[in-house]
Write a protein that binds this ligand. Sequence first.
Ligand code: ATP
Ligand code: MG
Length: 593
Amino acid sequence: MSTTTTPLAPPKEPRDEGRMLGRLFGYIGGRGRRVKFWSAVGLRAISVVALTSVPAFTGAAVNAMRSGDSAALHTWVIGAIVAVGAYALFAGFAEFMMTRLATNATMNLQRDMFATMQRLSLNFFDRQPVGQLMSRVTNDTESVATFNENAVSQMMRGIFQVLLIVILMSVTNWRLTLAALSVVPVLLLVGAVVTRAAGPAYTRLQEQLGDLSGFQEETISGHRVLISTRRQDWAVHQHDLQAGEVFTTASKATFTGLLQFPATMAMTTIQMVVVLVVGGLLAAKGEADVGGVIAFVGLAGLLASPLSDLSNLATTTLSAIAAGRRVFEIVDDRPTVVDDPAAQPLTFTGGKVEFRDVDFSYVPGRQILRKNTFTALPGQKIGICGPTGAGKSTIINILTRYYDVDAGEVLVDDQPLTAVTIGSLRANVGMVLQEAFLFSDTIMNNLRYAREGATESDCIAAAKEANAHEFIEALPDGYDTMLVERGANLSQGQRQMLTIARAMVARPRILILDEATSNVDTRTEKLIQEGLRRLMTGTTSFVIAHRLSTISDADSILVVDQGTIVQQGTHDDLLTQDGLYRNLWFSQFKGKA
Ligand SMILES: Nc1ncnc2c1ncn2[C@@H]1O[C@H](COP(=O)(O)OP(=O)(O)OP(=O)(O)O)[C@@H](O)[C@H]1O
Ligand SMILES: [Mg+2]
C-alpha cells in the first residue's frame, strides 16, 4: 500500500458558498429543467397569494359583522374558504413537482459523481482510501439530498410568503408594519451568528464523517487481520474515538443551529404582542378599524412559520454546502491519462510491444522505472521476474496505460501508446492480475463480464481450458453459484483459475499474467499452463512469475531489479551468465540440487 497518501485536494478556503449554492440549484432548476422548476415556483407563488389573502377576508368579515351586513359577511366567509382550498390545491401540486425535481437532482448528482469516478485515472484512487470515497458517495450526497428535498421548497415558500406579507402589511398600515418588523433585525443577527459559528463546523463534520467511514471500511475488509492480531478491542476503541469526534462536531454544528428555532419563536411571539398593543392603541384612537387590525394580526401570524423555516434552512444549507464542496471535488476531477485529440484506434498487426528508455514514477520525486528498454515480437512469450517491489507490475501498468510515462516511449505495433485511443488499446489487452478480483455475482456472470456477447458455451469452454470447470461443476449451484463478498467463498487458487478463465473468455491479442498461477499447486499450474499455451499461440504474452519454472520456456525473460531491467534473454542464456537470474534460479532449487 502506498504510504504517501495525500488528501484529494488542498483544503479550500470556504468562501465559495454562493457558487456552491448556485451549482446545487443548477441540479434542481438548471438547463433542461427550467420549465418544470419555474412552473413549480409559479404554483407555489399562487398558493402563497391564496394563503395570504385569508387574513384580508377574515378582517373584512369582522368589519361586515360589526356593521351587521350579513350578505357581505357571507361573501367574505365563502371567500376565505375558497382561498384556503386554493392554497391547499396549489401548494400540493407545487410540493409534488418540487419533490420530483429534488429526487432527480440527487440522482443526477450521484450519477455525475459515479461517472467521473469511472473515468478517472488510477492515480486518483492511489490518493485516497476507498472508505473516504464511499463517504463522499453516501454521506455527502445524503446531505445534499436533504437540502434538495426540503430546503429549496421551504426557501421558495418562505421568501414568497415573507415578501408578500410585508408588502400587504405596509399597504394596510405602515405604522403597524414598522412595529411588526421591529424584531427582524434581531432575527437576522441570530442568523448571522449561527451561520458564522456553524458553517465551519459543518465542513469539519463532513470531513470527519469521511474519516470515520474510511476507518469502518478498512476494519471491515480487514477483519481477518484484526481477528488474528487480536486487535478488535483496539478497533472498537479507535472507532469510539473517531465517532466521539464526529459527535462533538455534530453537536456544535447542530447546537448553534438549534439556537435559531427558540430565537425565532420568541421573536415572533414578541412581534405578535407588539402588533396587538400598537394595533389596540391605534384602534382606540380611531386611527385603525378593528377588522383591519385583526387582518394585520393574521398576516403577522403567517410570518412566524416562514421565518422559522428560513432560519432553520441555514442548518440544512450549510451542511449541503460543505457536502457539495466535497462532491464537486470529485465531479470536477479530470483524468490525467486521456486520449490525445488526434488519437486513432490501435491498428493491430500482430502484437509487437516496445519499451524505449521508459522512466516512470507514481509519485513525483520517487522514480520507480529507469530507462526500461525491451521489445516483444508478435506471438512471443515474455517472462518477467525479479525481487518483490522491483517494478514488474509497474511495467504492466505502463503497458496498459493505467499511468503515463515520465520519459521515453511505449509502442504497440509501432504505434506510440499516446497516439492510440485508450479504449482500443485495452480492448486488445487481457490481464490476469496479482489480486484476483471477482464481482459479487454468479460465476457465469463473472465470466461473461469479460467480453460483450460472450455466450454461456464460450464461458464453459474457457473454464475447461483454465482447468476450472471441474471445481465449478462440483459446487452446489455450478455456474450459477453466487460469489459472496467478491469470491470469499472460493479458495485463492479457485479465484485465480476463474480470473484466468475470464481472461480466456476475453480472447485478448496481448495477454498479461501477473503472478496468475502463484496460488495454485504445481500440478494444477501444469494443467492451466496447457490451457494458457493454447490461448497464447499467436498471442503476445507477458508472464510475471516468482516461480521461475513458470517462465523458463519464455522466448525472452526480463530480469528487473530496482526498476531497471538488469538482464534479458532466454532461460538458457541467462543461466550461463553470472547474474541475478542465475542467483534466483539456484536459490529456488537449492533444496533439490
Ligand atoms: N500506486 C502506487 N503508488 C505509489 N507507489 C507505488 C504504487 N504501486 C507500486 N508502487 C511502488 O512501486 C514499486 C514497484 O512496485 P511493483 O508493484 O511494480 O513491484 P513488483 O515488482 O510487481 O513487486 P511484487 O513482486 O511484490 O508484485 C514499489 O516500490 C512500490 O512501493
Ligand atoms: Mg507485482
